[in-house]
Ligand binder design. Structure first.
Ligand code: BGC
Length: 356
């Protein structure tokens, strides 16, 4: 394990840093203190050329100028939309900023995705640990409370990236973070993810309205483009004649209610590289978003942005959980600790989805 740092460039006079982790099996994961992001996950192909399986920016300026997509970012304090940017916090109405039409999205203008985080790193038991911390106080954001967030990344020698959140506030508030990493296992950004196969261990999904807010229903995936209980090639489903995929501009932008237990919650495979990833999480929902819009042009690593350039696996309580019953826990009392872990595990050249 080897950990080094380098500049991620300056924006408005503030300097940002990348933390570069190289494990002993050829992976290189590059994180940054700008949004506690993952910028790159490079793995070696069959001729030992490093290829990135995630989408990330080249420098801090690109993040601030081009990122309505939240590439690789720690999104918080609350991921997804909050209807009308408003909620009742024990009798007190809290109004958040509305940065997505009439609604609040991904933590709004003071989102954790665009904040400068403190960081530290070490190698422990042969694993790399990179810890990001942020104090998000009352003055920084419209959410109640002074919130202390710790996001710890752990990189192992079996191609795993673990994310652990530990968050606590000194007042009752909402907490529901996620990481917004987009995978593309073709390991080439000019080849969209339509050829990938997807498995999601979910019996139900949450349909959305025209503002992409959950309607409140939980519908069976059976017989819909949301049924990934056996792995499915994405292309036909993204283009299916179904109001929910059509409403997402031919794509997925939906929460899946995950089966409980410790098993694989989602799996993604590219027939081009034969690479796959498994997703593990203790969170109850998975938001899958297939980069359905290109509303800001711009080149990433020299390649023009494409529709379906990547696919996210946002582990969390469901979007807009504050306004619905049984959408997962999002309200935290003063001093109550939020803790959760998600792991992405890469396999190269082997198809590893267990049939059971
Ligand atoms: C949301 C999308 C949004 C995207 C980029 C996803 O998590 O569900 O609706 O467009 O993030 O902001």
């Amino acid at each position: 394990m080897d950990i080094t740092t380098r500049s991620f460039g300056k924006y408005k006079g503030v300097e940002y840093t990348e933390i570069i982790v190289k494990n002993d099996v050829g992976d290189c994961l590059i994180f940054s203190d700008l949004g506690a992001r993952i910028n790159q996950w490079l793995a070696n192909d069959t001729i030992n050329q490093p290829r990135s399986i995630v989408i990330g920016y080249d420098n801090a300026e690109q993040v601030f100028e081009l990122d309505s997509y939240y590439y690789g970012a720690t999104v918080g304090p609350v991921a997804g939309r909050i209807k009308d940017g408003r909620f009742d916090n024990n009798g007190e109405m809290v109004q958040l900023d509305c940065n997505d039409g009439k609604n609040h999205l991904h933590g709004g203008r003071s989102s954790w995705a665009f904040r400068k985080w403190d960081y530290s790193y070490k190698v422990e038991n042969g694993e790399a640990i990179v810890m990001f911390t942020l104090v998000d106080d009352d003055k920084d954001s419209p959410y109640p409370g002074n919130v202390k967030a710790e996001v710890t990344y752990r990189v192992t020698n079996i191609h795993e990236w673990f994310i652990t959140y530990r968050i606590v506030s000194d007042a009752r508030t909402l907490i529901n973070p996620t990481n917004h990493v987009y995978f593309n296992l073709n390991a080439a950004l000019d080849r969209p993810i339509d050829n990938h196969s997807l498995y999601v261990n979910a019996e139900r999904y949450l349909p959305v309205d025209e503002e992409h807010l959950p309607t409140g229903e939980k519908l069976p995936v059976e017989g819909t483009p949301f049924d990934y209980r056996t792995d499915q090639i994405l292309a036909p489903w993204l283009n299916a004649n179904h109001p929910q995929t059509k409403g997402a501009n031919n794509g997925l932008d939906h929460a899946f209610e995950l089966a409980s237990g410790d098993g694989v919650k989602a799996w993604l495979y590219s027939p081009t590289t034969h690479w796959s990833i498994e997703v593990f999480t203790d969170q109850p929902y998975l938001v899958v978003y297939t980069h359905n819009y290109v509303d800001q042009e711009g080149k990433i690593a020299g390649i023009p942005r494409l529709k379906h350039a990547g696919i996210t696996f946002e582990t969390q309580a469901a979007p807009d959980a504050i306004h619905h019953k049984d959408f997962g826990k999002v309200v935290y009392e003063a001093g109550e600790v939020y803790e959760s872990t998600t792991c992405y595990r890469l396999y190269r050249n082997v198809k590893v989805l267990d049939e059971d």
